[in-house]
Write a protein that binds this ligand. Structure first.
Ligand SMILES: [Zn+2]
Length: 110
């Protein structure tokens, strides 16, 4: 893959909230979880830092969502619409820097 994902630990509050939510909606045959025990487990959320090629707007998006888009659209990297300027120019920050870096290198050669 040409871009990195960021792993962010899920906060204790968030884990407690999820455990309570799970218990609230858990169906028959499913065991409720112990919120304290659940909060003690390691849990990570994966994100991709995206940046707009047009206006430089940055946003951290859920990796699941980004990778799903990539799978559907194909190509080397995901590209999505920028909520700031509306152009389809949101790309992973690594790709952004790669592209901007290439441009700079071209200019330097002249
Ligand atoms: Zn933009």
């Amino acid at each position: 893959m040409r871009f990195r994902t960021v792993k962010v630990p899920v906060s204790r509050e968030e884990k407690l909230r999820r455990a309570r939510e799970y218990n609230e909606y858990c169906g028959e045959g499913e065991c409720p979880v112990d919120p304290e025990e659940f909060a003690g487990r390691e849990a990570y959320e994966e994100y991709v830092d995206m940046k707009c090629l047009g206006c430089g707007y940055e946003e951290r998006q859920e990796a699941d969502m980004v990778l799903e888009c990539l799978e559907m659209e194909g190509g080397d990297y995901p590209r999505s619409y920028c909520p700031e300027c509306g152009r389809p120019d949101m790309v992973p920050k690594d790709i952004y820097e790669e592209m901007k870096g290439k441009k700079k290198a071209k200019k330097a050669r002249k």
